[in-house]
Design a protein around this ligand. Structure first.
Ligand SMILES: CSC[C@H]1O[C@H](OP(=O)(O)O)[C@H](O)[C@@H]1O
Ligand SMILES: Nc1ncnc2[nH]cnc12
Length: 294
């Protein structure tokens, strides 16, 4: 069994991970460009933890400008096996109020100007995405939320918009009528890329607002999102610390196969593969490209 390394991506309002011990910071180079920030390595209990603030310290990158490929690539290079992404979200359900956490298990991708794959011309691959969240990882988050007294629900659909503008009223009620639970701007293509890199992924969607559909609530703005995210930062730190302390030293195989997603996924014949692209894939697809006959 492989050694478990827990990765945490912090979203809006989460630029640091209190509780991380023996912290060491390292800028890891990626052939996919600039990641959002240096990685912060440390441990919580006996678990190795690697933290990356998705928007960079000081919130320098907008959702469309984040280099999601570089972020996932450096986390893979750092040995991350399980990745928890924390995201501020708008809610489409009255009962999911600001401060409530939704452990989503589905995503709808409405982004349109992002690089969504490590693969392409010279090495084509199609990984399964039916179940984008690792159920064992998600259950660990749920168990920790119970222990930390955090109100949450297990399961839900996150619609990812391009942004950076928030949605119009017509868009908001359309998403709501589709049955989506929460809305954000960052989980895609992050979840797709984590799957391609064979990293087990789960999102903690932290409700910060009711977007703009709720007749009794003001429409979302940055100030309200940031206020709730900051109020929740302590809860998030407690949740992550609890998950990390209870994390097994060795990870068990993902029942959904997220840690083996590239098995049989590469279509391009070995003789037709582009050596330059293969070089860039050394970390994310190393397991499969360095084994024989794939
Ligand atoms: C600050 S409001 C919009 C901003 O907040 C969310 O960020 P994240 O998912 O990184 O927590 C949303 O996706 C937008 O990027
Ligand atoms: N209502 C909303 N729409 C998109 N992204 C968000 N992040 C936090 N609240 C949001």
């Amino acid at each position: 069994m492989a050694k478990a390394v827990l990765g945490i991506i912090g979203g809006s309002g989460i630029y640091d991970l209190p509780g991380l011990e023996d912290v060491r910071e390292e800028r890891i180079a990626s052939p996919w460009g600039e990641p959002s920030d240096a990685l912060r390595f440390g441990r919580i209990g006996k678990t190795e933890v690697v933290f990356l603030p998705r928007h960079g310290r000081g919130h320098r990158y907008s959702p469309s400008d984040i280099n999601y490929r570089a972020n996932i690539d450096v986390l893979k290079r750092a040995g991350v096996t399980d990745l928890i992404s924390v995201s501020a979200c708008g809610s489409f359900k009255v009962e999911y109020y600001p401060g409530f956490f939704v452990l989503v298990d589905q995503f709808v991708d409405r982004t349109f100007r992002r690089e969504t794959s490590f693969f392409g011309r010279g090495c084509v691959a199609h990984v399964p995405m039916a179940h984008p969240v690792g159920p064992v990882l998600q259950q660990r988050i749920a168990d920790a939320a119970v222990a930390e007294n955090i109100p949450f629900t297990l399961g839900g659909t996150y619609v990812c918009i391009e942004g950076p503008q928030f949605s119009t009223y017509a868009e908001s009620i359309t998403y709501q009528s589709h049955g989506y639970d929460v809305i954000g701007m960052t989980a895609m293509p992050e979840a797709k890329l984590a799957r391609e890199a064979e990293i087990t992924y789960a999102t903690v969607a932290m409700v910060t607002d009711y977007d703009c559909w709720h007749p009794e609530h003001d429409e979302v703005d940055v100030a309200s999102v940031v206020a709730v995210a900051q109020q929740n930062a302590r809860k998030v730190a407690g949740l992550i610390a609890r998950i990390a302390r209870d994390f097994p030293a060795e990870r068990e195989p993902c029942p959904r196969g997220s840690d083996r997603a590239l098995d049989g996924a590469i279509m391009t014949a070995p003789s037709a593969r582009d050596p330059e692209l293969l070089k860039k894939l050394d970390a994310v697809a190393g397991r499969i490209l360095h084994s024989t006959g794939k």
